[in-house]
Write a protein that binds this ligand. Structure first.
Ligand code: ADP
Length: 618
């Protein structure tokens, strides 16, 4: 959630800057487009300067070249002569032909001679239908100017020929008297023919704003501006142009720079726009304008604009992407910093937790130590108490064990004394024998205790298992008999040699037999089963009784010293503990378990003696 939130925040400035860039690009393009258009229009106009110069110079050249011709021609004597004698049928045809030849030679349209009234006397076109001969041109300014100022110039649509031409005229002198005027006309059509090849439009306007020359023939005699009233009168008087063809062209002009305008023409072809380059032919008062269509230049300007906008947008986009990446990086770094801080905080928290746990542990350890110390003390005290209790128990048992035979010894001794007094030595001997037996019993108890106190140094070696078992049974015979016990024992035929000590093994077996009898003391006919089992390396003596068996608690502690369930006078709890250690000294084991059909089973497991021959030696 937090991440998405920061992301959207991160992208908003980027979006905003993108919009700003687009707006900026649009604004700049709108602001810059007119300038660009102007630039490209001026470029286009500049390229057309050469066209303008060429058009102007060719016109100027043609006019200048022709300008001198009338004056030169006027010097021909024949012209003055025919003017003096216009009816001379010999001279006039000659003059006509001469003029025709000259016109052909000079490549001019017409040459003609007028008298002082403007009446044509001779003309180069005398042969044609449109011959000037006999026509009067006194209304033309070139005539009047030539007559009055010595030089005449004029441009007009020919009233006879219907062709646009430029007229040059000079007076013909006879002596000092002006007798007539010679005029030369050149046609302007050929100029237009050359202009038509170029994509531009060339327009030549006279001082009255009338288009006199142009490669656009439909514009001929149209005016680029209103014709002043006096000028119109002059045109009418001089019959310069047919008044009915004079039309005002719908134009709109805007200055671009010095010499270049933006001209919009609205006419039959619709709306056309041009950039103009204008030059002046001062001698004749003509303005020569090259009109270049603005379309290509404007297109170029727009294309350039589009390119600039694209470049701008691209740069903007790159900048935005860069900024966005930067923003993301900053955001990521910020996140990382936050994570780090969080981690550090957590580590600090955990450390604090650990420290407190540690302190708690230390405290607990201290407490444990104290408890342990207390426990050990208690244990020591307990052991001490246990020892004392054991000692007391043992003392009670010992005193019981010894007191009984001692009392018997005392009684037998007294009886023996009495028998001796009465002269019954046999009975006395019997009693002495019983005393001896009691002494043996006490010696046996003492031996037990000695065994318990320190390990006997008897060596371990091969001993005859069956013989030892037989001895034990013999030893126990009186007790067994007293208890009316039956022993089920089927000894193997062959003696079995096992590793051990003869006396100690016998002691173990006697102890087991004795315990079995104790367990069955309440029974009328106790039974003991003894089995000898072997697997070739080890031999087992299994002794089962019919007693109550072993409780769980007994099974757990049965081999512990001083563990007994018998009353203080009867048991010391040392028998099995001593037996266990003895068998272990032999490299064997002593184990106890309950028989599935009742009664306890004690198993003495012993290693077979390596050398069976040793039996023979014993
Ligand atoms: P004591 O015979 O002096 O009690 P032992 O070490 O010989 O000492 O025996 C320990 C205890 O094991 C006995 O008190 C008795 O509870 C139990 N016990 C030994 N042999 C048998 C047996 N055959 N059947 C049942 N309990 C037995």
């Amino acid at each position: 959630m937090g991440r998405r939130l920061t992301r959207s925040f991160g992208s908003t400035p980027a979006l905003r800057s993108l919009l700003v860039i687009v707006a900026l690009a649009v604004g700049i393009s709108l602001a810059a487009l007119p300038r660009l258009e102007r630039y490209f229009l001026l470029q286009a106009a500049a390229r057309e300067e050469a066209t303008l110069r060429l058009a102007t110079e060719s016109l100027r050249g043609a006019l200048n070249r022709t300008d001198v011709l009338p004056r030169l021609l006027a010097e021909r004597p024949i012209l003055a002569r025919i003017l003096r004698d216009p009816d001379n049928q010999g001279l006039v045809p000659y003059a006509n032909e001469q003029l025709r030849q000259t016109a052909l030679t000079l490549n001019v349209a017409d040459i003609w001679v007028m008298d002082g009234d403007g009446l044509t006397i001779a003309a180069s076109n005398y042969r044609r239908d449109t011959s000037f001969v006999g026509r009067r041109f006194d209304y033309r300014p070139y005539f009047t100017d030539a007559m009055t100022e010595g030089r005449g110039r004029f441009h007009a649509l020919g009233t006879t020929s219907g062709e646009r031409g430029y007229y040059f005229a000079a007076p013909i002198l006879d002596g000092t008297e002006i007798v007539g005027v010679v005029a030369v006309k050149i046609l302007m059509d050929e100029f237009e023919a050359t202009w038509r090849d170029s994509p531009n439009t060339i327009v030549v306007t006279d001082p009255s704003n009338v288009i006199f020359l142009s490669d656009r023939t439909d514009w001929h005699f149209n005016s680029l501006g209103p014709i002043p009233e006096p000028a119109l009168d002059t045109i009418a008087a001089t019959r310069q142009y047919p008044l009915d063809r004079l039309q005002l062209l719908q134009t709109e002009r805007r200055a671009l720079t010095q010499g270049h305008d933006l001209l919009t023409v609205t006419g039959g072809d619709g709306r056309e726009e041009f950039v103009t380059s204008t030059g002046l032919i001062a001698a004749v008062g003509w303005r020569v304008s090259v009109l270049t269509p603005t379309g290509p230049a404007l297109l170029q300007a727009r294309q350039t604009m589009a390119l600039i906008v694209l470049v701008f947008l691209f740069a903007g986009l790159v900048a935005v992407l860069f900024l966005q990446r930067r923003a993301r990086l900053v955001e990521r770094l910020d996140q990382q910093r936050q994570h780090r801080e969080q981690l550090e905080r957590r580590v600090a928290e955990r450390t604090a937790d650990l420290n407190s746990a540690n302190a708690q542990l230390v405290q607990e350890i201290e407490e444990r130590k104290t408890t342990e110390q207390r426990l050990r003390q208690t244990q020591t005290e307990l052991v001490q108490a246990g020892k004392l209790a054991a000692l007391g128990q043992m003392s009670a048992a010992l005193s019981h064990e010894f007191n009984q035979p001692l009392a018997a010894v005392k009684a037998y001794a007294e009886n023996a004394a009495t028998f001796l007094d009465r002269g019954r030595p046999e009975d006395a001997r019997k009693n002495v024998g019983l005393i001896s037996q009691m002494a043996d019993r006490m010696a046996s108890i003492s031996k037990h205790l000695r065994n318990f106190a320190r390990r006997p140094q008897e060596k371990i070696g091969p001993i005859p298992l069956l013989a030892v078992l037989g001895d034990a049974l013999d030893l126990m015979a009186p007790k067994l008999k007293a208890a009316k016990a039956t022993v089920h024992y089927d000894p193997p035929a062959q003696e079995i040699m096992v590793m051990g000590g003869r006396v100690r093994l016998q002691q173990v077996l006697v102890n087991l037999l004795s315990n079995a009898l104790d367990a069955m003391e309440m029974m009328d006919r106790p039974e003991i089963e003894i089995a000898i089992l072997g697997d070739g390396t080890r031999w087992r003596v299994e002794m089962r009784d019919q007693g109550p068996g072993l409780t769980e608690d007994t099974l757990t502690h049965i081999f512990d010293p001083f563990f007994t369930t018998k009353s203080p006078g009867k048991g010391l709890g040392l028998g099995l503990s001593i037996s266990y250690n003895i068998v272990r000294d032999f490299g064997g084991t002593l184990a106890a378990r309950n028989h599935p059909e009742g009664g306890a089973v004690f198993i003495v497991d012993l290693a077979q003696a390596p050398d069976q021959q040793a039996v023979a030696a014993q």
